[in-house]
Design a protein around this ligand. Sequence first.
Ligand SMILES: *[C@@H]1O[C@H](CO)[C@@H](O)[C@H](O)[C@H]1NC(C)=O
Ligand SMILES: *[C@@H]1O[C@H](CO)[C@@H](O)[C@H](O)[C@H]1NC(C)=O
Length: 349
Amino acid sequence: MASPPWCASSRSPLVLSSLLILLSLPLLFLLAPRILAPKTLPPIPASDELDDLALFRRAATVASSRGLRVRLSSPPKVAFLFLTNSDLFFAPLWERFFRGHAGLFNIYVHADPTVSVAPPRSIFRDRFVPAKPTQRASPTLISAARRLLAAALLDDPANAFFALVSQYCVPLHSFRFVYNALFEAGPRYRSFIEILAGEPELWSRYVARGDDVMLPEVPFDQFRVGSQFFVLTRRHALLVVRDRRLWNKFRRPCLKSRENSCYPEEHYFPTLLSTQDPAGCSGYTLTRVNWTGSVGGHPHTYGPAEVTADLVGELRRSNGTHSYLFARKFSPACLGPLMEIANSVLFRE
Ligand SMILES: *[C@@H]1O[C@H](CO)[C@@H](O)[C@H](O)[C@H]1NC(C)=O
Ligand SMILES: *[C@@H]1O[C@H](CO)[C@@H](O)[C@H](O)[C@H]1NC(C)=O
């Protein structure tokens, strides 16, 4: 029986192995950064500044130069950005949500360093990014979100979506469902961020830092409001960490006398994205919240007795345009009841 020509000659094993080595070089080159990549997150330069300039510059340049190349060789991932100032009460629920989906997500936690947060086990271990204190009614919540975005951009070029959640948020669907819903739009991914105009409180929110402070960069007719909880595309995450112009306005403190109107984190992201790329944004959030009977700017917080399959069904349902993927706020005591319905209801689809 005739052998194929390439293994007929006695010289060929040598030729063949040299050829194989040569051919595998590009592969090695591609894999090396991932094999050598450190297990811990890249350090963020210490700075007393609100906004960690060096970090954002580094994230903007590194992320934009290497993004596309690596994304081709690994499936896109969702970066879950946990913004917290207490323990991650629902860590066991999130663990179950993520189980079996390694390689499709990354976790990053920004925990207020002035509060001692119990380091959670398993998938949250070593996922804490260098953090700074956060307070309500201050731009620190914006910088914390920007810090999370920058850390996630730097850490893994496969991060394609960036979902901001808090310790009070819970998933309403399985990981597979969430992942498919985010990537459904194909290559022209949109960010899921609420962008509202014409809300009654908008003017007092606009002048919270002083009467003409936002001009000329942010005229009132471009000022927007929306939920702090967004899912941004990589393109928009980059746009955020690169932004200096609007951030220089939104980072200014509110006047003492107007602190009741100070919610910069509900304005910075919707205003920035609606001026830069309105067509690339959904205009709505994927995180359901219940403002009925809200007290002091806090939404309704669900207690353990309220956690039922019916509630989950109700929270998922939208007004017809889309379905919610996450919900808030749940009290820590809801963990037990949520775990009980995790497999049968929450993660069933
Ligand atoms: C439903 O929600 C979308 C997105 O938030 C909004 O644009 C629309 O006006 C809402 N429709 C109704 C009937 O409330
Ligand atoms: C929203 O909260 C109110 C209490 O403030 C409650 O009566 C209502 O059932 C909640 N709605 C949903 C959909 O959970």
